[in-house]
Design a protein around this ligand. Structure first.
Ligand code: ZN
Length: 362
């Protein structure tokens, strides 16, 4: 075998093994991405219809690509993986469009790209669920616009705060996007949302750009009126049961939080024996709180790792024993404010690490 060929072979095998162990199936796209021949951003562009066929954005010549895919298929066969054809589609106004992989569109080549290989260890039920998920074309996205726009097709004005669809980077009014018969269901009622999307033949996701957070946030969904009505009826029927389940869940979560806080108190007291008991309790209670989004709710925090607990203690010291909040309020940036108080924080931390200094910390 040519040395370059065996080098290519081991690259393909490594990428395929990695994808298989990660997700229990592997596709040609996974292998090409794993080999660094294809970027996931490019795959994304292709799935949205901005790239006409996938090979256009794969690095390397066609010979190398087709050799890689041939090596991958041999590897999959030797491992006894199950071939499974998957649909790659995208939404457009006129319905779903089948995505093209190769320049030629040759059915044999298209099929080899489309075929996933599934681990035989996956149970039949899981495989079926996976297949459903992979075959689902992504739901169309509708944007709540931040400023006035005009439809690129009919020229209609799209008022600020109303909905528009984007196709190939161009705004479309809902009428031109053929989504104007759908009804908006705002986020907030999880059961209603789940059921409405289940009973609606067509569903679009509504997002809005948050300037303060710098990302798109989900605002709700657009669904067929009949689906929404059916979902509303169902939710009305079992509202009592769901209220009971919800209350039970809240109770259970609260109990978990209390237990976590109690464990944190013990652990913080061991790490910082000089910290006054009332402060230990405050820090633990604050850090363990579910909605806090604090370090205590991270995996490291729940495992009571020393680094995570120290971070929580440092945060408490900053707010309670230094001018940190005052500095921030006066317009000093976070990095500078932290630098100015760093020495003081270190001093208190050092004192708290020693027993019997807790009585006069400040
Ligand atoms: Zn229009």
């Amino acid at each position: 075998m040519h040395p370059n060929q065996s080098k290519l072979e081991s690259r393909v095998h490594r990428a395929a093994e990695a994808a298989l162990s990660r997700q229990q199936y592997v596709s040609a796209i996974d292998v090409l991405c794993g080999m660094g021949l294809l970027a996931s951003a490019q795959v994304d562009s292709w799935r949205k219809g901005r790239v006409d066929f996938l090979e256009r954005v794969i690095q390397g010549n066609l010979k190398k690509i087709s050799s890689s895919i041939a090596i991958f298929r041999r590897w999959a066969r030797d491992k006894g993986l199950k071939p499974s054809e998957t649909q790659y589609m995208r939404h457009s106004r006129t319905g779903t469009v089948v995505l093209q992989f190769s320049k030629s569109g040759d059915p044999g080549i298209e099929k080899s790209y489309r075929t996933h290989f599934v681990s035989p260890e996956l149970s039949e039920k899981k495989e079926q669920r996976l297949q459903e998920k992979l075959n689902q074309s992504p739901k169309p996205v509708v944007f709540q616009n931040l400023r006035e726009a005009h439809c690129s097709e009919c020229g209609a004005e799209i008022e600020q705060g109303s909905f528009l669809s984007m196709e190939l980077e161009q705004p479309l009014c809902l009428q031109c996007a053929r989504l104007d018969d759908l009804e908006f269901l705002p986020s907030g009622d999880a059961a209603l949302t789940r059921r409405a999307s289940k009973y609606s033949g067509r569903v679009a996701v509504v997002v809005r750009f948050s300037r303060s957070r710098g990302r798109y946030e989900r605002k709700g969904i657009l669904v067929e009126t009949s689906g929404l009505e059916k979902a509303e009826r169902e939710c009305l029927e079992d509202a009592d049961e769901r209220a009971v389940a919800r209350a039970r869940g809240a109770e259970r979560r609260q109990k978990q939080d209390v237990e976590l806080a109690a464990q944190m108190i013990k652990q913080i007291a061991i790490l910082f024996p000089g910290c006054p008991a009332s402060e230990v309790a405050d820090i633990a209670e604050h850090t363990a709180r579910r909605e806090s989004g604090r370090v205590g709710r991270t995996e490291a925090g729940r495992n009571l790792e020393e680094s995570a607990l120290t971070l929580a203690v440092v945060a408490a010291i900053r707010h309670k024993h230094t001018r940190y909040d005052e500095l921030l309020a006066s317009g000093v940036d976070r990095v500078t404010a932290r630098q100015r108080i760093a020495v003081m924080v270190e001093e208190i931390l050092a004192r708290w690490r020693i027993r019997d200094c807790g009585k006069n910390t400040h």
